[in-house]
Design a protein around this ligand. Structure first.
Ligand code: TXA
Ligand code: MG
Length: 336
């Protein structure tokens, strides 16, 4: 049975909220990517999220709330957190803060950590769902673990099928890249995941921000190989290899590729971010040998785009994946 997909009108939002309160999972649009939502106060619902994504271990989840006031009942807001929330919420910034002892939340949502990742999404459908469900929603990106994040309802149906009670469809995600994850639980702030809010904007507001490498225990979800299509991904490509497709950036693409999709012809990083995941999916087809990507500048949203591309290109850690990554079975066991 395929998951039901419904246009995100008032009736569908009401139905989705009812499913959430019953402990079932619902996929919904946010400004970044589609999320796989479950009631963050319900251990069984949160466990079902890990199960549906086939996450190999319990990475903590982002808890979505409707506003700052609700977030303040769950996590300890210090001065930097107040500044960041005032400037970027609602919006694509996730704050990692100390979890309040009395917070009514499934412990599994933060995977036993003393901190909590919390965000107030700006998307009107996400906002309407949060208000209707009247509870915090734990929501990772609505893809199978290790795959490219979904920026359309159809991507969710492809990846998660009948593991979700309802998919709310509101068209392509406007930003197309996940939220920036910023740890403010200690001094100085630490960037755990580059994302839709550029590092430059955080530094301007908060001063120095420390960076963390992948594999750091502070960023449990940031494994090297992640966001991966089935085909191998080759970065900073300047010429074609036989049978490869190309993700192009800027006006001129090198010749000889089997197929070319433009992240942005004008070299606009915002447009490129919005196209990235959908285009990776479109080029991930068995008659091609790989996906090459032209160089992307490392500033603004380019930092998050390059982060996702590096992970898509990283060596796959399961034995089936090399030397023919194309044969990798969906749901195979790499630590992603
Ligand atoms: O844009 C987004 O953030 C999307 C939409 C649906 O909101 N969600 C999303 O969730 O990308 P997910 O689960 O795919 O990524 C959550 C990231 C992971 O890298 C995880 O390790 C990190 O946030 N994270 C969550 N809780 C944390 C915590 N307590 N400490 C450190 N990192 C945490
Ligand atoms: Mg994800």
């Amino acid at each position: 049975m395929r998951a039901a997909t419904a246009r995100a009108d008032a009736a569908a939002i009401l139905q989705a909220a009812t499913f959430l309160r019953e402990g079932r999972l619902v996929a919904f649009p946010t400004e970044t990517v589609y999320g796989l939502g479950g009631d963050a106060t319900n251990d069984l619902a949160v466990a079902a999220i890990f199960e549906a994504k086939a996450r190999p271990r319990f990475n903590p989840l982002i808890v979505h709330v409707r506003d700052l006031a609700h977030a303040e009942t769950l996590a300890a807001f210090n001065m930097p957190a107040h500044h960041a929330a005032a400037r970027f919420w609602p919006g694509p910034l996730t704050l990692v803060l100390r979890r309040l002892p009395g917070a009514r939340l499934s412990l599994l949502a933060s995977a036993g950590f003393e901190t909590l990742a919390v965000r107030v999404p700006a998307h009107p459908i996400a906002q309407a769902l949060l208000r209707e469900a009247d509870r915090p929603i734990a929501a990772p990106s609505a893809n199978r673990s290790g795959r490219v994040s979904p920026t359309e309802a159809a991507h969710v149906a492809e990846d998660l099928g009948d593991n979700v009670a309802l998919i709310l469809d509101d068209g392509p995600s406007p930003v197309g890249l996940e939220s920036t994850v910023l740890d403010l639980s200690e001094e100085p702030p630490v960037l755990l995941r580059p994302g839709a809010v550029p590092l430059e904007a955080l530094i301007e507001l908060l001063g120095p921000v420390a960076l963390t490498g992948s594999g750091s225990p502070k960023s449990p979800g940031m494994l090297a190989s992640h966001y991966a299509p089935h085909l191998p991904v080759r970065l900073a490509a300047t010429e074609a290899c036989p049978g490869e497709s190309l993700l192009a950036f800027g006006p001129d693409a090198p010749p000889g590729f089997a197929e070319v999709l433009w992240l942005s012809r004008s070299g606009d990083l915002v447009e490129a971010a919005a196209n990235l995941f959908a285009m990776l999916r479109r080029l991930d087809r068995p008659h091609l040998t790989g996906i090459a990507v032209m160089p992307i500048p490392e500033h603004g949203l380019g930092r998050a785009i390059n982060d996702r591309l590096r992970r898509a290109a990283a060596p796959r850690e399961d034995s089936n994946s090399s030397p023919s990554p194309r044969k990798r079975a969906e749901g195979s066991k790499g630590p992603r």
